[in-house]
Design a protein around this ligand. Sequence first.
Ligand SMILES: Cc1ncc(COP(=O)(O)O)c(C=O)c1O
Ligand SMILES: N[C@@H](CCOP(=O)(O)O)C(=O)O
Length: 468
Amino acid sequence: MRYLSTRGEAPALGFNDVLLAGLARDGGLYLPETWPRIDEAEIAGLTGKPYAEVAYRVIHPFVDGDIADADLKAMIDEAYATFDHTAVAPLVQLSPRQFVLELFHGPTLAFKDVAMQLLARLMDHVLAERGRKATIVGATSGDTGGAAIEAFRGRDNVDIFILFPEGRVSPVQQRQMTTVADANVHAIAVKGNFDDCQAYLKAMFNDAAFRDRVGLSGVNSINWARIVAQIVYYFTAAVALGAPARKVAFSVPTGNFGDILAGYAAVRMGLPVDKLIVATNINDILYRALETGRYEVCGVVPTASPSMDIQVSSNFERLLFEAHGRDAAAISRMMAGLSQSGAFTIEPDALEAITRHFAAGRTDEDETAATIRRIRAETGYLLDPHSAVGVSVAERLGPDDGITVTLATAHPAKFPDAVEAACGERPALPERLSDLMERQERFTPLPNDLDTIKDFVLARATAVAAEA
Ligand SMILES: Cc1ncc(COP(=O)(O)O)c(C=O)c1O
Ligand SMILES: N[C@@H](CCOP(=O)(O)O)C(=O)O
């Protein structure tokens, strides 16, 4: 399996190289040259199989021999053994037509663990095989950072630097990043928003000298391996609810478009899905883009679902590439428009291709709080604010005659203030994290300035010291 960049100017790579590369050298994102298929009979045969077994079946064709089968299998088994729930991603029924898929049973209580626990093992394995080290830089609006730090802490072959927007993540999210003592972990509080952090990350990747000097790798969903691992739960949920004979819809609380892009990949692999519903908070660029065809950046507004407070949504580029018939030149023009004027227009045919699979809805702050309150009162189930955005949109846009599964992307205890404000109940952290708020914090505040951040990384990354 070879992978192509959405901008068409970077070399095609195999899985292991894509895994370590993160962003392509032309600033694009990698996608598989062709989509591996799983036929309907085989999809039906996945019903009732353990999560790790389905994961191996889905992930194997993307790795395509770059990692020995037995090693891949062992890493998948190990990654999902870290989850508190034996099903890894259990389904819970809220009403006759509404389900939630709980993706928060991993170490840091967010869906990011599903991919990150595997990604860390894969990267460590490939780095060890190649006898080299890497410097990981990640940008987070709250959850990717904690999951990445947890997965990579103490690993010999990587240093990890996480940029988070100061004051814009929940206190639990912050402490999951800042209370880790391992020497290879560096949490950086940037005086800006998530889009600033992500722009700096991409600028570091686009600076070839810096990239090579530190051996830069990425763990955001710009890294194709993140998306691959997230495809799996669309299969496990769909078959549990009757696929391939029955099509379900998925409502996905969306920010950087990685999670829902994994749903699109599942569809391209052959999974029958009714529709993929993009659920946004008031930072609604994706909702507006799908409604009007105009992708236009406005200022980011802080919300009760901070991990979705994003305007420049990285993975949308992958979908645009698909919808524009893989025309890399068209994508490069659109992305240049985005850098220059903060906007671009999606061609009508491409928009039509997108809306064949996707619908989009937006939920404001009052409605998010009201959804948490109402679902608790009606069903006893406690949603986190991100999942509440998903459920609220699912109730409006899900098929009248079918089932909608909302991806429950975080545990409510990660956002106790917002949940308490909505319904008067303060969810408690699980026992293993009960002293989180008392642990010693360690992080570096840095100004909203690329050069300062690069200097910080250069001064601390051991990959530089080893190779200089
Ligand atoms: C809890 C939660 N929900 C939803 C999202 C949005 O997911 P994506 O960025 O893949 O669209 C995020 C961040 O990524 C998140 O942390
Ligand atoms: N919401 C994310 C933002 C980064 O998304 P990613 O999926 O590209 O890593 C977060 O919680 O950090």
